[in-house]
Design a protein around this ligand. Structure first.
Ligand SMILES: [Zn+2]
Ligand SMILES: [Zn+2]
Length: 353
């Protein structure tokens, strides 16, 4: 057998499940994984709807997907401690290990980074098998299922972002946008000791999910004046995480931040440029910190989930078979039916089979 099923983008808003060649073990340190489950990310939805994020443009057909778990099927001779049968969570960022960024401990901004399911980099994991370097694979703790394990990828981003608070330890923070990334920041910040977290989102189900996950105050900017709502309770916030990509949120953040505060940007905007209230930014001397995915936080995310410090399982709200990937992307694109994260479970057999 040298073919496998993969869910491929074949055009804007178009997915086909088709046979593609099985990947070959590329080098000594690689492992062949039988994919167990794949989480659908906001970035996958961007590629599905628009065929691009900024200058990363899809050439069809293309397999997307980067949040996955799998079972080791075959190991290269230098695959370290991994063995066939091991269940693993995958860090989708493959760095070169040699450039200035990698050598400086910043593999997430590697000069020749290749990311799963990123056009021009690596094909994604919405397929039956993938090959990954062994050091991108993290053994899944026994108590986490392959389905839960996919949450390690977004949660690692939350753990990384919340890690920036470690020195200052602000009591109150804001999170604008409570999709999977905003919720991951919320879970990680709460586990790290943030007492009061103010959150906003335009989707009611997501506000409810955030309240259950430990937010102190949750409101929709469509119904509540976010700025006065927060500033009637706090003089201001020292840290605000923008996790929605909505330009309005950047303005709200500048208004609710304290002088000297930090605006963390995680959201992916629909547009290639955004505007800031530059006078607000400079008068308050606000610092802007972009968060580029995560750096070295996958194991920590798995440990927090396995140890019970973080319960992220509620984020995986919907499950689909590989053959139903199109349905999953439509659901995620429409924020329908209370979806937080749709998960493709490759053990499920959809109508395609
Ligand atoms: Zn993702
Ligand atoms: Zn590098």
């Amino acid at each position: 057998m040298d073919v496998m099923q993969a869910a491929q983008l074949t055009g804007p808003r178009s997915i086909a499940v088709r046979e593609v060649p099985l990947p070959q073990l590329p080098d000594d340190g690689g492992v062949l994984l039988k994919v167990g489950a794949v989480g659908i990310c906001g970035s996958d939805v961007h590629y599905y709807l628009h065929g691009r994020i900024g200058n990363q443009v899809v050439e069809y057909p293309f397999t997307i997907g980067h949040e996955c778990t799998g079972t080791v099927e075959m190991c290269g001779p230098l695959a370290g401690a991994l063995a066939p049968g091991d269940r693993v969570a995958v860090d989708p960022a493959v760095s070169c290990g040699e450039c200035d960024q990698c050598r400086a401990g910043r593999p997430h901004t590697c000069r020749s980074l290749r990311f799963l399911g990123c056009p021009g980099q690596l094909p994604g994991c919405l397929s039956e098998y993938i090959v990954m370097p062994a050091h991108n694979c993290f053994k899944l703790p026994d108590r986490l299922s392959l389905r839960q394990g996919v949450l390690a990828e977004p949660l690692a981003i939350g753990v990384y972002a919340a890690g920036f608070l470690e020195d200052a330890k602000p009591k109150a923070i804001g999170i604008l946008g409570t999709g999977p990334i905003g919720l991951s920041v919320l879970l990680a910040a709460r586990a790290g000791g943030a007492e009061t977290v103010y959150v906003t989102d335009k989707v009611e189900d997501r506000l409810q999910a955030a309240l259950k996950a430990g937010a102190a105050w949750a409101a929709s900017p469509d119904e509540t004046d976010i700025v006065s709502g927060i500033l009637s309770r706090e003089q201001g916030l020292d840290a605000v995480f923008e996790c929605c990509g909505d330009p309005e949120a950047l303005d709200q953040a500048v208004e609710i931040l304290n002088p000297g505060g930090t605006l963390f940007i995680l959201g992916v905007p629909e547009t290639d440029r955004v505007a800031f209230d530059i006078h607000g930014l400079r008068r308050k001397e606000i610092r802007i910190q972009n968060i580029r995915r995560q750096n070295g936080c996958t194991q920590k995310a798995l440990d927090l989930m396995a140890g019970g410090a973080i319960d992220a399982a509620f984020m995986a709200t919907h499950t689909f078979a590989l053959a139903e990937t199109g349905k999953a992307l439509e659901l995620a694109a429409g924020y329908a039916d209370g979806v937080i994260k749709a998960v493709i479970d490759l053990k499920e057999r959809g109508e395609y089979f």
